[in-house]
Design a protein around this ligand. Structure first.
Ligand SMILES: Nc1ncnc2c1ncn2[C@@H]1O[C@H](COP(=O)(O)OP(=O)(O)OP(=O)(O)O)[C@@H](O)[C@H]1O
Length: 356
């Protein structure tokens, strides 16, 4: 069942429409990452789901209930939706416990204070923070700890949906990784349905069950990470999801002939001239005799765990490319060839083709 349903949503600021008919479904308990360039409307979509922005058309449903529609408007605090923004935005004058309890009911029922203390302890444990941080103030916490408190605050009223707006982007690499993992565990334990906004492809692919690519206020594709990476619907989505190699080719039956040899294709192969898309890690370097084609190493960029190798492909390839054919291969860090070496190239796994 879909926990979040967005239908033909139009929203913006004044007369400036930013979302031009966005539709999106997020399954209960799943995580969807919204990925898009700066200004594509990611935050606008999140704010509309949270109830901070009124759509001009379309409908939003949360847990089967319409929260925004032509005749319906449910205020943010009654949507059952938690929101964590980029910098956490904790209240600086409130302690960690005060921040976490902020969204909880505050009427003077007996025993409520005790209940709140228990809930704070439970939430701190959930986000993997020691109990003693409850009395500290935001300024006394690291960036990663602040983000965890912001998550605890969002989870405190037990929302069915949690919206995360670039929650890790202000953290440095190591902290980012640890905070992301702790967040994923806490959200899973809470059973929340999650919408994560990010412009980091790796984050979207590794964190989410589904990725929605947003561009210019339109959703271009929604799919599981492996599909969106391996079977993007167009060359733009392909380039957006990661490093892409494009070469010219010709569809022949179920295969495609190209300057990198005859390749296996995902899906339908149009006849005639096509653009062939593959990922640099699909190009394996071999001895010249074992390759489908040969090439010469022109650049090597070493990153430690892997390296990106630039190659000029020799011989027949030039006819296919209408000129020299240059490609990039991503190889294991300790299999890096030397500049100027003559190597074989072989493409592994299916490629994607688009009508030229
Ligand atoms: N409060 C506002 N008033 C007017 N225009 C706004 C407002 N907030 C955002 N916009 C505009 O709406 C467009 C989309 O902004 P939005 O913040 O949704 O993009 P985004 O994809 O989240 O970008 P980023 O990755 O930079 O955060 C931008 O052109 C922005 O300038």
């Amino acid at each position: 069942m879909s926990e979040v349903e967005v239908r033909d949503l139009r929203a913006g600021y004044g007369t400036n429409e930013i979302l031009h008919g966005v539709s999106l479904n997020v399954t209960e308990g799943a995580t969807t990452a919204i990925l898009g360039d700066s200004g594509s409307g990611k935050t606008t979509l999140l704010r509309a789901i949270a109830g901070f922005l009124r759509p001009t058309a379309g409908e939003i449903r949360v847990a089967g209930r319409t929260v925004a529609g032509p005749r319906t408007w449910v205020p943010p605090e009654r949507r059952g939706v938690g929101y964590v923004r980029q910098e956490g935005a904790l209240f600086p004058h409130l302690s960690v416990a005060g921040n976490i309890c902020f969204g909880l009911p505050r009427s003077g029922l007996r025993g409520r204070e005790h209940t709140h203390r228990d809930r704070v302890a439970e939430l701190l444990e959930l986000v993997e923070l020691p109990a003693e941080v409850a009395g500290r103030y935001p300024a006394q916490l690291s960036g990663g700890q602040q983000q965890r408190v912001a998550l605890a605050r969002a989870l405190a009223p037990r929302p069915s949906v949690v919206l995360l707006d670039e929650p890790f982007s202000s953290l440095d690499t190591a902290l980012r990784h640890a905070t992301r993992e702790a967040t994923a565990r806490a959200l899973r334990a809470a059973g929340a349905t999650v919408v994560l906004v990010t412009h980091d492809q790796g984050e979207a692919l590794s964190f989410a069950d589904e990725v929605a690519v947003l561009r210019g206020g339109h959703v271009l594709q929604v799919a599981a990470p492996r599909i969106i990476y391996g079977e993007p619907i167009d060359p733009q989505v392909a380039a957006f999801m990661g490093d892409a190699v494009m070469v010219r080719g010709e569809g022949v039956g179920p295969e495609v002939r190209s300057g990198l040899g005859t390749l296996t294709v995902v899906g339908f192969v149009p006849r005639g001239a096509v653009d062939v898309l593959l990922r640099p890690e699909q190009i394996r370097l071999t001895s010249p005799e074992q390759g489908a084609v040969t090439g010469v190493v022109t650049t090597v960029r070493f990153f430690g765990h892997d390296a990106v190798v630039g190659l000029d492909v020799a011989g027949d390839a030039q006819g296919w490319a209408g000129g020299p054919l240059s490609v990039r291969a991503r190889v294991h860090g300790n299999e890096t060839p030397v500049l100027g070496a003559r190597v074989g190239l072989r493409v592994v796994g299916p490629v994607r083709v688009f009508k030229h």
